[in-house]
Ligand binder design. Sequence first.
Ligand code: GAL
Length: 401
Amino acid sequence: MRTRVSSLISVSFAAVILISSAPKAHSQAVAQTPPMGWNSWNYFAGKVDDKGVRAAADQIVASGMRDAGYIYVNIDDTWEGQRDANGVLHSNSKFPDMKALADYVHSKGLKLGIYSSPGPKTCAGYEGSLGHEAQDAKLYADWGIDYLKYDLCSFIPAVMEKQAPNDKPAQMRLMVAAYDKMAKALKATGRPIVLSLCQYGWDNPWEWAPALGGNLWRTTDDIQARWQSIYDLLNEQKGLAPYAGAGHWNDPDMLEVGNGKLSLAENRAHFSMWAMLAAPLLAGNDLPNMKPEIRDILTNRDVVAIDQDPLGHEARYIYSRGEVEVWARDLKGGAKAIAILNAGSDVWSTHPFRFALAPLGLHGTQHAKDLWTGKELELTENMPIELRSHDILLLRIGEPK
Ligand code: GAL
């Protein structure tokens, strides 16, 4: 016969099992690691269509990106058509059959994302969801949509400024309520749909978006395919690390890797830093015409593993020496990732950067892997490191000392 104490222990043990196997809230079930995939906007903008999305999905599979973790194929703005007499929204002529497109994308082992606004119009002037939130959420679920990017845009003049002129706090409350409304509408569909907030970081979304079920929130204005834009966005992430974690992520905007005139070093540095930031990795390039060296960057498994590390600890800025800066994040199992970034535009490394280990809490020689060359390295206190302008050294230390 069991003693009283042991039966008490087994009762509480059973309760723990019950709690941990209870269905998780909508926001917790998806995006347990930062979402990975592709989005149409950064390269195609208004030129996105059904054919282009299918081609992107095909290429995600053919390039090995799917196997590296890129799952979401996200249609951004300009897919929207008109509402019918019942208020049901239809896609425009660029997307003749959204359900068939979702079926196609799903048949490739991928997921489909879509875009809307809480306002009457999207940023590009297409139909928004104002007054049709539940109807649109149901439509997305019926189509088989897995991800919604919800972009503030016309909600600002149409609702915030109209209903609360000159009252910024009241405007912010209206904004939060609009996101809450769509979060509830998505939840009511019963389909797990990632909710991505796009309101440019207004009123510190990291403080309130997780509670309403937001899975990621933009922390900044739009990214552009220029180094200065990427570096400015990186700087705006300082201090945000404590807010990221399983199911809820800071979003410094989608990737520009392979776009514009970014050099290979800049593409590598951009991708490395977004991985350090536990940022969503949403490629934004022309996948069917992707150069092999760009594919190699996007599919570097070691770098993707930093982004997707199950601990979900976003990197913190640690220190700078001149224009070279050092960021670090803790990884599962006691490992550490370190990024050393030469942010200087006119720094040619004639005087190498001296790498200090102590500010990172490291003592003595460390064994590390260079995640871009794959080589093992020995790190010593104040060792000289040569980095070209806008290039990066991304390291993983398996057993930091
Ligand atoms: C912007 C958004 C971009 C893109 C664009 C579409 O507000 O930040 O990422 O979605 O709208 O019109």
